[in-house]
Design a protein around this ligand. Structure first.
Ligand code: SF4
Ligand code: SF4
Length: 80
């Protein structure tokens, strides 16, 4: 952990997600995508396809109109 610029992971609540795609469009690392599976509302929710390069910028969480994403930031290791 902590290599590759990996600073955290997005935690996506698939049942809150309505599949609008705003987070996908705004992720600078392009690591968000629509699920193949459906959630209980019959919607394609967002999944993270490569957590190892998430920079925990928070853009996805900020854009989400349904507050379906939280960022689990790793403990700061860079302020040495
Ligand atoms: S925190 Fe930033 S890099 Fe990570 S998934 Fe969200 S938008 Fe992408
Ligand atoms: S912005 Fe929110 S509701 Fe829209 S696809 Fe992303 S997680 Fe789902």
């Amino acid at each position: 952990m902590g290599n590759n610029g990996n600073r955290g992971v997005p935690i996506i609540d698939k049942e809150r997600c309505k599949g609008c795609g705003l987070c996908i469009a705004n992720c600078p690392k392009k690591i968000l995508a629509k699920s193949k599976e459906l959630n209980s509302q019959g919607l394609h929710y967002t999944v993270c396809i490569d957590e190892s390069i998430c920079i925990a910028c928070g853009a996805c969480a900020l854009m989400c109109p349904d507050a379906a994403i939280e960022i689990d930031k790793f403990v700061e290791a860079e302020a040495v």
